[in-house]
Design a protein around this ligand. Structure first.
Ligand code: COA
Length: 384
């Protein structure tokens, strides 16, 4: 008996592998026009937000679906600043990890542990979820910086609990107060990665939320999804690819060879954008300026060659992960932290979607087409 003979296909009108084109939710958090290359967060185009806004303001926008007034923004800043310290046991866990540990795995585990020290962990009310969103958002930079310092044999720094999230992150990571320009670059990166429709990790977050599970669980799940190289893990893969090249290499030939071998070039292509990812425009500008500043123009030049070859050979444009890699590298940040920085930003989108899902919940439960056999005769183990 072959498996397909007994399938009643009338039960399954069609299968959408990868749920491509399926609209499973309505949302007020963001809009993507994949043909035009446009990204809007709750009404505001990222082309306006990136240069003019701040990550804190974007968090408020995604959570409340409107921009804050001055008092509201001040109050959110104060809440985010006052929640940055980690419970001692979480810090001890970070100290107990190996320098070889995968940063995203450490971050995911530490965020899970935070639930144990959060009195409202199991409270799924909108009010508790909002307060937890602030607390988790606030602590992620501390976790990332603590891990990086620990693995480099440096003293873990307490947050200054002042300034923006970008400012305190760079301080805790590098041990010195960042200048205005470095803070703005990091802040812009956080704005640009904050939210992006029904991507894989946001879908995971909403799926966990839909079972009425709590925010820490949903965020830990989303982090697991983000970490893959087809999603947020691509930025690290981009940098590793660039670092594997040498100054004398023929970059165009290298890319063509990859394509000929049917290998993907990380940081290119997108399920929704069929043109230049609008986030990549901003990151491209930053990458060019920063690479020049730190005498690594070659990195930017290689990147531009790769963009050209990918367009000519495959008509595929770069996505958010391509130029962000050069931006972070030029800032002296190690490649394996890039996905963590993505998470540090996307926490705002995940938590916003959690709030939205919880407010109008329906269990997420698709169907599958069974291809296996049926009614096999069971034989005890010694008969097999
Ligand atoms: N490099 C080379 N070819 C690529 C490519 C890439 N980065 N992205 C897509 N393609 C090609 C595929 O090989 C395929 O070509 P084919 O039809 O000749 O076989 C075609 O484009 C469609 O690709 P597919 O992977 O089916 O599209 P998708 O919608 O499932 O993929 C991504 C979207 C993001 C998963 C895909 O573009 C990708 O793997 N990119 C690299 C990883 C990455 O940068 N991820 C971050 C996304 S923000």
């Amino acid at each position: 008996m072959t498996s397909n003979e007994n399938i009643d296909l009338s039960q399954y009108p069609h299968i959408d592998r990868g749920l491509e084109g399926i609209v499973a939710f309505s949302s007020r958090k963001s809009f993507i026009d994949g043909a035009k290359g446009e990204l809007i967060y709750a009404g505001y185009n990222i082309d306006d937000l990136a240069p003019k806004s701040t990550f804190e303001e974007v968090c408020f926008l995604l959570w409340h679906e409107r921009l804050p007034n001055a008092d509201e923004l001040k109050s959110l800043h104060a809440d985010l600043q006052s929640n940055r310290e980690l419970p001692e046991i979480v810090e001890n866990y970070i100290k107990s990890t190996s320098p070889k540990s995968e940063p995203m795995a450490v971050l995911r585990t530490a965020v899970s542990m935070l639930a144990d020290f959060d009195d409202e962990a199991r409270d799924v009310s909108p009010e508790a979820t909002y307060r937890k969103s602030i607390r988790i958002t606030s602590k992620i930079p501390t976790i990332i910086a603590a891990f990086d310092r620990m693995r480099n044999g440096k003293e873990i720094l307490k947050p200054l609990s002042e300034g923006s999230l970008a400012f305190d992150f760079l301080y805790m990571l590098n041990g010195e107060r960042p200048g205005k320009q470095a803070e703005k670059v990091m802040d812009m990166c956080l704005i640009l990665h904050a939210e992006h429709g029904m991507n894989a990790s946001t879908f995971t977050c909403r799926s966990v939320c839909a079972t009425q599970s709590d925010l820490h669980a949903a965020v830990a799940g989303a982090m697991g999804s983000l970490k893959g190289p087809l999603h947020g893990g691509a930025n690290t893969a981009v940098m590793n690819m660039l670092l594997g090249l040498d100054k004398g290499d023929d970059i165009a030939a290298f890319i063509k060879e990859r394509l000929a071998k049917k290998q993907k070039v990380m940081g290119f292509g997108h399920r929704v954008y069929k043109t230049f990812d609008p986030r990549a425009y901003h990151l491209r500008k930053m990458a060019g300026a920063l690479a020049k500043e730190v005498n690594m123009e070659y990195l930017y030049e290689w990147s531009e060659t790769i963009v050209k070859v990918m367009k000519e050979e495959k008509n595929i444009d770069p996505n958010v992960d391509f130029f962000s890699a050069t931006v972070y590298y030029s800032m002296g940040i190690k490649p394996d932290l890039y996905t963590c920085i993505f998470a540090m930003s996307r926490i705002s989108g995940w938590t916003a979607h959690y709030m939205e899902q919880a407010a109008n919940n329906r269990l997420i439960r698709p169907r599958q087409l069974y291809l296996g056999e049926k009614n096999l005769e069971y034989k005890s183990v010694d008969e097999r």
